[in-house]
Design a protein around this ligand. Structure first.
Ligand SMILES: Nc1ncnc2c1ncn2[C@@H]1O[C@H](COP(=O)(O)OP(=O)(O)OP(=O)(O)O)[C@@H](O)[C@H]1O
Length: 603
């Protein structure tokens, strides 16, 4: 640390000082208004920063100021330069020009940044799968204090840290590769927190976290802020951002276009600054009741996502936009991946209406593709992109065979492919350079748009989307809803799983809430409203009940009142450890309430 580094309000803790995991006690969740007043001194000051990648101007004269003791959001559309700004502050990328001062430092390497007390959690979940959790947590730490720390102490620290952050009892010596995405995300966050940073930068770090976990992350962020650190967050989850941020800086096309104070951070203001327009995104009116009278195009009968879960009788109608909600790990992801043929349910097969008017079973991806069922995953790294291929190939590869002239792969109809590419790229507003560039040259949100474009390009009759808008900016989300609604209005159907319940409002015609691996409640039309859906997710029935759902019996009536034992029993799944139902083997007896159980399927 340099001598002129401002000292945080708490703490007497210097950057890089090991606080140890035991230091990280969960603070009570309080609202942003409890924040200390923001100092006007620019503890973090970037002035007129420019950074280009070839012809792409990622930062084009960007100025950014944040203070110690605040939670400051960096917001903007996909590809506007947020991650680049985070990387410049973290010493990952050098600025081409402009001044960078982060608590008195201009780090030129990540190592320098870390030594100065700047810790960053990057957008992609960077975990070495083959290494243990403890090694992952201490990754990159060896040269400094952790070298002196005996392995036993590291294991103790790592166990305590994961217990506190992720609320799981982990075997921290086991390889991290088998962990679900949400727990891996906690490993990356834990790695940053081990340093008790003076500046913590979180780039889309709640994207893989469920509701409970996000609350724990918020508590941690507030704790750090109250201790005098600056917490900078990049997120597209507007509702979360409004709740947690003390200030927000909005970027557009590589420049800062406005700073909003606490009371000014509203979706309307953010959208106006991000897009330069003031009208909200167009969302067509719900056609909830009408659509339920349409033909059934997909159904399940007594399908069980887990062996001991209650069976699911479900019907999707022509023209429907069906939202799927639930706390993480309640079976909703297993359900939608089964619908799309990506995974198999424990019992039963989904059925889809065929062109001939009958129903065909979906046993796998080939059946799904043959019957026009498309799938978009929110976990693009694991289930979506081909990192070594171009943007063009990533969007259109599944079409190569279809468009091959005379049915031969060797003769590809490039002109129709190009037309399809241009159509999808334009309507999804993908911000990109050359189409031959690797897909990894795109920002995270733009990569996701390419995956969505791929699904549309296959012209499916049913589109199953598994949390597709992760990392997609609010403006582009509005566009996506518009395209999906238009798709449904043309007589197609949409199944849309989201971890952000606000996404359903004004978009879905019906929402099904999952709990304990089965349908728990249902909302349609005007009843689709975040607070009620949230209550249902936590076991309070507020909707019309899950119609057509078989055999919930007594537990359906008494779910909320049945008490912790009944709750635990209901979650028990064969092959899992009693008392930690829903948990894979790498988790031993747990205090987590099963809410954020690793949702291995489809994520
Ligand atoms: N390594 C790179 N090579 C080429 N272009 C890049 C590279 N990194 C970023 N870009 C481009 O710079 C622009 C800004 O990217 P950046 O990742 O900072 O955007 P972002 O605001 O974080 O977007 P998102 O919200 O989608 O994550 C984009 O157009 C992106 O394609």
């Amino acid at each position: 640390m340099s001598p002129d580094q401002p000292v945080g309000q708490s703490a007497g803790q210097s950057a890089g000082q090991s606080a140890g995991p035991g230091h990280h006690s969960s603070g009570a969740v309080e609202e942003a208004s409890a924040a200390p007043p923001i100092s006007s001194t620019g503890d973090i000051t970037l002035t007129d920063v420019r950074k280009s990648f070839g012809v792409t101007r990622a930062l084009d004269g960007c100025t950014f100021t944040a203070s110690l003791g605040e939670i400051h959001a960096i917001v903007g559309g996909n590809g506007c330069g947020k991650s680049t700004l985070a990387k410049v502050m973290s010493g990952v990328l050098p600025a081409d020009s402009g001044q960078v001062s982060v608590i008195g430092h201009t780090p030129s390497t990540p190592h320098e940044a870390r030594a100065a007390g700047i810790a960053t959690v990057f957008q992609e979940v960077l975990v070495a799968d083959e290494c243990s959790v403890v090694d992952n947590l201490y990754l990159g730490a060896d040269e400094l204090w952790s070298k002196a720390l005996p392995m036993k102490a590291k294991i103790r620290n790592a166990t305590a840290m994961m217990r506190e952050l992720a609320a799981v009892e982990l075997d921290v010596e086991a390889p991290a590769g088998t962990l679900p995405l949400s727990v891996k995300q906690w490993v990356t966050i834990g790695r940053a927190l081990l340093w008790q940073p003076k500046v913590l930068i979180l780039d889309e770090s709640s994207a893989a976290l469920d509701l409970d976990s996000t609350e724990r992350l918020f508590a941690k962020m507030r704790e750090l802020r109250d201790q005098g650190s600056a917490v900078l967050i990049v997120t597209h989850r507007i509702a979360e951002l409004i709740r947690i941020s003390d200030r927000a800086t909005v970027l557009r096309d590589g420049r800062d276009v406005g700073v909003l104070g606490r009371g000014e951070i509203t979706e309307e203001n953010l959208l106006a600054l991000m897009t330069g327009r003031s009208e909200p995104p167009h969302v067509p009116a719900a056609v909830a009741q009408e659509v339920l009278r349409h033909d059934v195009v997909m159904k399940t009968s007594k399908l069980r996502v887990w062996p001991e879960a209650e069976p699911i009788d479900f019907a999707l109608h022509k023209g429907e936009v069906l939202g799927i909600a639930g706390l993480d790990g309640q079976g909703q992801s297993d359900f939608v991946t089964a619908l799309a043929g990506v995974s198999r349910a424990a019992e039963g097969l989904p059925q889809v209406r065929t062109a001939a008017g009958g129903f065909a079973e979906i046993r796998g991806l080939a059946d799904a593709a043959a019957e026009g069922v498309g799938y978009v995953s929110g976990d693009r790294k694991r289930e979506g992109i081909f990192a070594n291929l171009s943007i063009f190939e990533n969007l259109l590869m599944p079409l190569y065979r279809r468009t091959a002239l005379a049915g031969k792969l060797a003769v590809i109809d490039w002109s129709s492919l190009t037309a399809a590419f241009e159509w999808e790229v334009e309507r999804l507003a993908v911000r990109m350079g050359e189409r031959s560039n690797k897909i990894t040259s795109l920002s995270g949100g733009n990569q996701q748009k390419v995956l969505i474009g791929r699904a549309f390009a296959l012209n499916p009759s049913i589109l199953v989307l598994n949390d597709p808008a992760r990392g997609v900016d609010v403006g582009a989300k509005g566009e996506l809803y518009k395209h999906l609604s238009a798709f449904a209005e043309r007589g197609r159907s949409v199944v849309y799983l989201s971890s952000e319940i606000e996404e359903f409002v004004g978009f879905a015609t019906r929402v099904l809430v999952f709990r304990h691996g089965t349908l728990f409640d249902e909302f349609a039309g005007d009843a689709i409203e975040p607070a009620s859906i949230l209550e249902a997710m936590f076991g309070q029935r507020r909707g019309t009940g899950a119609r057509g759902t078989g055999g919930h019996g007594a537990r359906r009536q008494g779910d909320a009142a049945a008490g912790p034992e009944a709750e635990e029993g209901a979650r028990r799944v064969p092959g899992m450890i009693p008392g930690s139902a829903g948990l894979p083997p790498w988790m031993r007896g747990t205090r987590r309430a099963g809410r954020d159980a690793g949702d291995g399927g489809g994520r």
